[in-house]
Design a protein around this ligand. Structure first.
Ligand code: 5AD
Ligand code: SF4
Length: 456
């Protein structure tokens, strides 16, 4: 059940005319999509709709979709197919997010029972689109594409966690990496003012949130339209709000990763000890073909800044294997990069050709079998590295935020500032509540989690 940031939403009971307006929303894809859904749920609730848990119980069925890779895109069409029988019962379907923006009106051809197709750059028009839907319009579109200069800001955000919450600081992307749909699905880069971001963070702190995650496809190319704050200054200012204990940010592009971000982490204790810096490949030749606009050495220089920080900052990355033209030697350079950096986590993907992107014109030259082999090698090597990067914590006392309980194992699930899972025991009959902070001594490690005991 979602908890609402604005008490008005909770208090505004739908009137009788609205009582039957129910919706089901399923989210696919990244944190940006998860947070967009929180804002969409808030907006619908404010319009008198009531969220339900199943497609069967809903009048309006919404899918907030992802098109980053082919598999992600297929999921929504499979889901639509599974539930199209419900149209006979008068239920309406809406496709939101990246597949909606990418496929546009073609969705009406592929799935004629869909009534609403909207990309994220049009969500500010949702109230108007909902009214048209209620009036019986059959083909409503919100496909603003790269024209829009506006961001989707709403005070009606149905955050799904009471302790940690997202704030979007920048939408869209202007980087145009050769493989990536995001510049086409999420529009051009547009930042919110620092005044508006800080006001939202303050409201969250006032309502009891202690962790804030600043979001953007390319969060560190943030440009305050009021000209007041750089990204690093905004990060520090959020971290200095009384009551805020943890600040995270994602995703960073190496091209815009500046030294003052590391300096801010060193200076402000509430900024978490973690940087996610997607490299995509360890080969400068492949990086060039990917239009990433940096080389291996240039990337490693940013890593050296992070490693030189006074605090021990964990590092994670994204990697694509099997980009068109990637030779065995190129791939080997990605493997050596993993060893050189010693990442704390890696998200690795097989290259998937995407519509509209520059790379779609390059022959998808690496077979799926080779892509799978490379992915497996990469993940095995990284597992070995993580054995080491996790083992280093044994003996340390780390502060965790409690996320939940594993009843079967009698453990509490915590998360460290470095964004690692730390499962621990307390020796107490009453388990600590979700969202509380505790010091925990690490006693054991695995490649993906730590084990410990709380320190009295
Ligand atoms: N194929 C495979 N992986 C991709 N990513 C983005 N586009 C593609 C694609 N076409 C990966 C990148 C990015 C992450 C979110 O998804 O590694 O950082
Ligand atoms: Fe998927 Fe990218 Fe859209 Fe996020 S922005 S939902 S990762 S396509």
């Amino acid at each position: 059940m979602a908890d609402f940031e604005i008490s008005d939403v909770l208090q505004s009971k739908p009137d009788a005319a609205h009582a039957s307006k129910t919706f089901y929303l399923e989210t696919f894809g990244c944190q940006m999509n998860v947070h967009d859904s929180e804002k969409v749920i808030g907006t619908l609730t404010q319009q008198g709709y009531h969220q339900v848990d199943t497609e069967e119980a809903a009048d309006l069925i919404l899918y907030n979709t992802c098109s980053i890779r082919d598999k992600a895109e297929q999921k929504v069409f499979n889901r639509l197919n599974d539930y199209k029988k419900l149209v006979k019962q008068g239920k309406r379907f809406g496709v939101l997010g990246c597949v909606a923006q990418q496929e546009g009106e073609q969705i009406f051809e592929r799935a004629p029972y869909v009534s609403l197709v909207s990309g994220s750059a049009s969500y500010r028009k949702l109230p108007e689109m909902l009214v048209r839907l209620e009036l019986g319009e059959k083909r409503i579109t919100g496909l603003d594409d790269r024209q829009t200069e506006e961001t989707f800001e709403t005070e009606f955000t149905a955050r799904s966690n009471q302790h940690r919450g997202y704030i979007t600081i920048i939408e869209g992307c202007d980087k145009f990496c050769a493989y990536c749909v995001v510049p086409y699905t999420r529009g051009k880069e547009r930042s919110r003012t620092s005044t508006s971001v800080l006001a939202e963070a303050q409201r969250m702190a006032d309502s009891g949130y202690t962790e804030i995650q600043l979001l953007g496809q390319n969060v560190n190319s943030y440009r305050d339209t009021e000209g007041k704050k750089s990204f690093a200054e905004l990060l520090a200012a959020v971290g200095e709000i009384p009551g805020i204990r943890r600040v995270r940010f994602t995703t960073s592009h190496p091209r815009d990763f500046t030294r003052d971000i590391v300096e801010a982490i060193d200076a402000v204790p509430t900024l978490c000890d973690h940087v996610h810096l997607p490299v995509q490949s360890g080969s400068s030749d492949v990086l060039h073909m990917m239009q990433r606009e940096y080389t291996r050495d240039w990337y490693l220089e940013r890593i050296s800044w992070i490693k030189a920080a006074k605090r021990k900052i964990s590092m994670t990355t994204d990697i694509i294997v099997g980009f068109p033209g990637e030779t065995p030697a190129d791939f080997e350079q990605t493997v050596t990069l993993l060893h050189e950096v010693q990442y704390d986590g890696v998200f690795a993907f097989k290259y998937s050709p995407r519509p509209n992107t520059p790379a779609i014109t390059m022959p998808d030259s690496i077979s799926d079998e080779v892509k799978s082999q490379r992915l497996q090698i990469l993940l095995e090597r990284q597992r070995e590295i993580q054995r080491f990067t996790y083992e280093k914590h044994v003996g340390e006392v780390l502060e965790v935020m409690v996320e939940g309980h594993n009843q079967a194992r009698g453990q509490v699930i915590g998360r460290t500032s470095q964004n690692k899972t730390l499962n621990f025991t307390t020796g107490q009959p009453i388990l600590p509540a979700g969202g509380s902070y505790l010091p925990v001594r690490v006693t054991k490690s695995f490649p993906n989690s730590l084990v410990g005991e709380s320190v009295a």
